[in-house]
Design a protein around this ligand. Structure first.
Ligand code: PAF
Length: 280
């Protein structure tokens, strides 16, 4: 069984023991309800470091009041079993009071990178993410931390905050794990009905079409417009964005843009799906 750590003291004892053996530590922060995408992050951590710790904490600060904090899937026992099968060394599963003691006062917020895309549609989300990730990175003190590219803007901002705050953990992005159909794995896919599944599968197909149209030289505004129409036609209810951006700034591409990323967020029924791929 994998060791379950609950407090900063448990974490300190765990890493002191590792350091004494001269072992490097990899860290994978998660909100649980683990799927193959998370397990790939854990395996990548184990390939790159001697030991791996994974955190499971459904962070209330990154959910707006109308979002799915209450119904977000929670399954610690099943998650611990999955992690044991991958060979993860420990799980940090803190109670809320450990992450946010009563007198907690700090918010970490970034400026430019959090403004577009998710920042427009979930204005309080990224401050919650950057605050919890900063606290987790400092508590765990790992050599390297691994984040999925599925939350592409989140990965960009975590790299930025680690650099800005001189956090001595290297931030590593890991490619998206997909179903055979192309659907990006997500804990929220559990909300999809049998009828919604095949529609959800089309999101990645549409992003791939956008990439090939972009490579053929079509105008970005036309590509985006056609893709949005298609999503609505096949049954998506509402589109937050489906767009081609500068892969670094996430702003509309300019002549200085070196690489391009196609990113989308759209609602299928009540479920908000996101995905992204490279356009180059
Ligand atoms: O990507 C997630 O699951 C979360 O945003 C993270 C990084 C664990 C912070 O709560």
């Amino acid at each position: 069984m994998v060791e379950i750590l609950k407090t900063p003291e448990d974490l300190r004892a765990f890493s002191k023991n590792l350091r004494a053996q001269n072992k490097t530590l990899g860290f994978v922060p998660t909100m649980g309800a683990l799927h193959e995408g998370h397990l790939t992050l854990a395996r990548t951590a184990l390939e790159n470091c001697d030991a791996c710790i994974i955190s499971i904490f459904v962070n209330p600060k990154q959910f707006a009041p109308h979002e799915d904090f209450d119904r977000y899937p929670r399954q610690l026992d099943k998650d611990a079993e999955l992690l044991a099968s991958v060979g993860v060394d420990a799980v940090f599963a803190p109670d809320i009071e450990v992450m946010y003691p009563k007198d907690f006062q700090t918010t970490v917020s970034l400026s430019e990178i959090t403004k577009p895309l998710e920042g427009e549609f979930r204005p309080t989300h990224f401050a919650g993410v950057s605050t919890v990730v900063t606290r987790l990175l400092l508590l765990v003190g790992a050599d390297k931390a691994f984040f999925g590219e599925k939350d592409y803007q989140q990965l960009r901002l975590i790299k930025q905050l680690a650099k800005d705050l001189a956090i001595p953990t290297e931030i590593i992005g890991v490619p998206i794990v997909r179903e055979k159909s192309g659907l990006a794995l997500s804990s929220r896919n559990a909300y999809l009905s049998a009828e919604e599944r095949p529609i959800a599968d089309q999101l990645n197909v549409i992003l791939k079409t956008m990439a090939s149209e972009f490579k053929s030289g079509d105008a970005i505004s036309d590509i985006e417009h056609r893709a949005a129409q298609k999503l609505l036609e096949i049954g998506f209810r509402k589109i937050d964005y489906i767009t081609i951006r500068d892969a670094e700034t996430l702003l509309p591409p300019t002549i200085e843009t070196k690489s391009h990323r196609i990113l989308a967020a759209a609602f299928l029924g009540k479920t908000r799906l996101i995905d992204n791929i490279s356009a180059d």
